[in-house]
Design a protein around this ligand. Structure first.
Ligand code: IMP
Length: 184
C-alpha cells in the first residue's frame, strides 16, 4: 500500500542491512571498552537504532531524546526545544548520538553542544543518511551510513507529515503526493 506512493528507492532494505553491519563494526572497534551511552533522537531513529543496537556486541546503555528544531532562524545557532529529555546523566560519559539523517546539521550540532555542556566526555554522531548539500553549519558526522542527494526522502524512520516511517527502505515520494496534499 505504502509502496504505491514511492517514486524511487534510494536505499534498499538489503543495502540498509549491509550499511548497518558496517557501521556497527566500526563503532565496535572504537567503543568496545568504553561502555558508551547511545542516544537515539526520536522518532526517526527508531528502525535504525533498533537494527544497529542488535549488531553492537559490547556493554552500552541506551536512552532517547525528542527535540524539535527551530530552523530558518539566524544562521547556525540551531535552537532546539526539548520535548523529552534524557533520563541518564551524561557527565563523564562517552555518548554516541544516533540519527536517521543529517541535513542542515543544526539539530545534531545543538544537541551535541548541549551534551558537552552537561559534561559528556565525548560526543560522536552516527547517521544512517547524510545530505551534505543541505549543510548550513560545519558538522561532519563521525560515522556515516551513506550519502544521498539533496532530495526529500521517507522510510526507515523518516516521515512526510508523520507518515511512511514504517517503510523498510528509503525512497522519494511521487510528486502527486505533495500535489494532493496542497489541494486539501
Ligand atoms: P537538520 O537539523 O536539518 O540536520 O535536521 C535533521 C532532521 O530533519 C532529521 O532528523 C529529520 O527529522 C528531518 N529531515 C531532514 N531531511 C529529511 C528528509 O529528507 N526526510 C524526512 N525528514 C528529514
Amino acid at each position: 500500500m505504502l509502496n504505491h506512493d514511492i517514486d524511487d528507492i534510494l536505499v534498499s532494505e538489503t543495502e540498509i542491512a549491509g550499511i548497518v553491519k558496517t557501521l556497527a563494526s566500526e563503532i565496535t572497534q572504537d567503543y568496545k571498552h568504553k561502555k558508551p551511552l547511545v542516544v537515539g533522537l526520536l522518532k526517526g531513529c527508531i528502525p535504525f537504532i533498533s537494527d544497529l543496537l542488535k549488531e553492537l556486541d559490547f556493554f552500552l546503555e541506551v536512552d532517547f531524546m525528542d527535540v524539535s528544531s527551530y530552523h530558518g532562524g539566524v544562521e547556525s545557532t540551531g535552537d532546539v526545544k526539548i520535548n523529552k529529555d534524557l533520563g541518564t546523566a551524561v557527565k563523564g560519559r562517552h555518548v554516541i548520538l544516533a540519527e536517521d539523517i543529517v541535513d542542515s546539521g543544526q539539530t545534531i550540532q545543538a544537541i551535541r553542544s548541549m551534551l558537552l555542556y552537561r559534561g559528556a566526555q565525548t560526543v560522536k554522531v552516527v547517521t544512517l543518511l547524510d545530505k551534505p548539500k543541505g549543510r548550513v553549519v560545519q558538522l561532519q558526522p563521525d560515522y556515516i551510513g551513506t550519502t544521498i542527494p539533496d532530495a526529500f526522502v521517507v522510510g526507515y524512520g523518516l516521515d512526510y507529515k508523520e507518515l511512511y516511517r514504517n517503510l523498510p527502505y528509503v525512497g522519494t515520494l511521487k510528486p502527486a503526493i505533495y500535489e494532493t496534499e496542497s489541494e486539501e
